[in-house]
Design a protein around this ligand. Structure first.
Ligand code: AGP
Length: 610
């Protein structure tokens, strides 16, 4: 979704802002803009462009900005009003003395707009954001902090703001509710940003602004207050990501790089979370006694994280014997689920900022439930709003299509299931030992699978012209089928359906003919034979089959057009392995089609609005 970067220091702001915007491109956007305070004539200068950031760069090349060391900038993902020059940010007041960038949605903007229009304010955009520029201008009596504070008091909804003012070019004001915003602390310069990668090459010292806080940045200082004016002592964190983790490092796309990072992510997880054959879940926030008393679990998540949650249901029910319901967070929050005294809410999220997941957790906690989040983004809203966190530490995921975050989520769900299994006395020491031993092999097995990427690329070459795909799996790999289909549709735009293979006869079989590509997930497991029956049925109807099967399974090649092998492993762990061929299939098909793999159309990396 929208991205923000702001700068205050002694260098020219515009190049720094443009550089930062490029690092936020992965969030998804359709237009961009910068606004700076010019020291030359005490004015605010704004440049905006529809489309890619290179269009904004071209505009700035032809209409340069100099002598401006304070500025804000934005990538916009349209919500209110079409992607266009006039709707892109920053938005200003009528006299262009105030400029605002905004992430989030202002819910009462219509009524504020009418109120301002009655006072004679002329609006130039269709956005919800523009009201803020006019409100701040109306309240500005020489003190920008006070004016922003008053304006905030009038708006409802979710927001992260960056505000500058021509009357005080040595000040940058920021505020947040709902939408994330960080402050980067430099030497003689400071930054605001919606996400760490935007400023990672400038500083690793960050303050995660909390909901209901605002900040005033000068070159050498950062002051933070609650909206009611109460001062806050800022806590400065040091980000552990390296600059390299937010760069492609020789890979053609972030997605391919992130697919290749999965052995490392799982190896790190094993190293830090398994000690002397026991699972260690530091940060979980609940005591062993509280974990022992859990009677049922709701997993809430969206998209890929929801699919990881579905795998988690199979794992927790099988390993720990605790009933689990998995809900898309957007459904959970409106269906009044029945929460009991010992119900646990387990949210799963890469970004920790997904609006629906956050709302589901808030709602459940307000009703007395305990909540743990499995999350990748350190210090994110979900982390702050949960009783405990299990960080996946997968590193920044820049490709919009989630890959390493997904397998890290499944890995963590596996460890969580083991912990519960141990505490609920469902697992003997021997069983735990066996499972942990298998789990420890995952990183090296990943490397083996990745060696087959050329084979997958060849399959993709034969398949990319198919107009529709069906992904089938059973049991713990039913969610894998859903995820395989999601991956393909989001980056290649090919319609794809994921289905529980047992359900095929109840409808989707009508789709099968010689023009249908079907991916069958059929590793060795108790449902293997059932999968083979499904494969036969597809073959009888001339469907074109790619199977994902266990090494050594020669028979399957008799039924399938192509086979991708994964190493033999405990069936419960197979979703971790089959994820890689599924990701590679989607990746290479999208590349063959010439799609923008890392920034697919219409998608945002983190969906911070409902
Ligand atoms: C994954 O490829 C997606 N782009 C998307 O479904 C994502 O998983 C979903 O929006 C949830 O995001 P989160 O993990 O940051 O909460």
């Amino acid at each position: 979704m929208c991205g923000i970067i702001g700068y205050i220091g002694s260098k020219e702001a515009t190049p720094i802002l443009l550089e930062g915007l490029k690092k936020l491109e992965y969030r998804g956007y359709d237009s961009s803009g910068v606004g700076v305070c010019s020291a030359k004539d005490g004015k605010i200068i704004v440049r905006k462009a529809q489309g890619k950031i290179r269009h904004l760069e071209d505009l700035i090349k032809s209409h340069p900005i100099t002598h401006a060391t304070t500025g804000i900038s934005h990538t916009r993902w349209a919500t209110h009003g079409a992607p266009s020059h006039r709707n892109s940010h920053p938005h200003c007041d009528v006299k262009q003395t105030i400029a605002v960038v905004h992430n989030g949605i202002i819910e009462n903007y219509q009524e504020l707009r009418q109120e301002l229009q009655k006072k004679g304010v002329k609006f130039v955009s269709e956005t919800d954001t523009e009201v803020v520029g006019h409100l701040v201008a109306e309240y500005f009596k020489g003190d920008l902090v006070k004016a922003v504070q008053k304006a905030i008091g009038r708006v409802r909804g979710a927001f992260a703001f960056g505000v500058i003012c021509s009357a005080d070019p040595n000040l940058l004001v920021a505020a947040r509710v709902g939408s994330p915003l960080i402050i980067g602390i430099g030497k003689g310069e400071n930054f605001i940003a919606s996400d760490v990668p935007a400023i990672l090459d400038k500083t690793k010292r960050v303050i995660y602004l909390k909901d209901g806080e605002m900040a005033a940045l000068t070159r050498d200082d950062v002051k933070i207050w609650k909206f009611d004016g109460k001062p806050v002592t800022p806590k400065i964190d040091t980000v552990t990501f390296t600059v390299g983790s937010a760069q492609k490092e020789g890979y053609p796309h972030f997605m391919l790089k992130e697919i290749h990072e999965q052995p490392h992510v799982l190896a790190q997880m094993i190293k830090s979370r398994i000690k002397n054959d026991h699972v260690v879940l530091d940060g979980i926030g609940l005591s062993d006694n509280q974990l022992k008393s859990i009677k049922n679990i709701y997993i809430v998540a969206c998209g890929t994280a929801y699919h990881a949650g579905m795998v988690g249901k199979y794992l927790i029910e099988k390993i720990a014997g605790i009933p689990v319901v998995v809900d898309a967070a957007s459904e959970f929050r409106y269906r009044e689920p029945i929460l009991q005294k010992n119900t646990l809410i387990l949210s799963v999220s890469q970004s920790g900022e997904t609006a629906d997941t956050l709302a589901a957790v808030r709602d459940a906690r307000a009703r007395g439930a305990k909540a743990i989040t499995i999350c990748n983004a350190v210090g994110s809203s979900l982390v702050r709003e949960s009783d405990g966190v299990l960080y996946t530490h997968a590193g920044p995921e820049i490709g919009v299509a989630s890959t390493k975050a997904y397998t890290a989520q499944i890995g963590m769900l596996y460890l969580f299931a083991l912990k519960l299994g141990e505490l609920h006395k469902k697992l003997s020491d021997q069983e735990r030992h066996k499972i942990i031993k298998e789990f420890k092999h995952i990183p090296s097995l990943y490397k083996t699978i990745l060696q087959q990427k050329e084979h997958v690329a060849q399959i993709a070459k034969k398949k990319f012209r198919f107009g529709c795909f069906l992904f089938l799996g059973r049991n713990v790999n039913y969610p894998s089928a859903l995820e395989g289909a999601l991956k393909l549709k989001e980056i290649s735009y090919i319609p794809a359906e994921g289905y529980a293979a047992g359900e095929m006869k109840h409808g989707p079989i009508a789709l099968i003919d010689e023009y249908r590509a079907v991916v069958c997930i059929a590793p060795q497991s108790e449902v293997y034979e059932k999968m083979i029956s499904n494969i036969q049925e597809i073959r009888a109807r001339k469907g074109k089959i790619t199977a994902i099967a266990t090494e050594g399974d020669k028979d399957i090649s008799k039924h399938a057009d192509y086979v991708i092998y994964i190493p033999k492993i405990d069936p419960l762990l197979t979703p971790l392995l089959v994820a890689i061929p599924l990701q590679l299939i989607a990746y290479y098909i999208a590349v063959n089609l010439g799609c923008d793999v890392d920034q697919p159309r219409n998608l945002a990396k983190s969906v911070t609005v409902e």
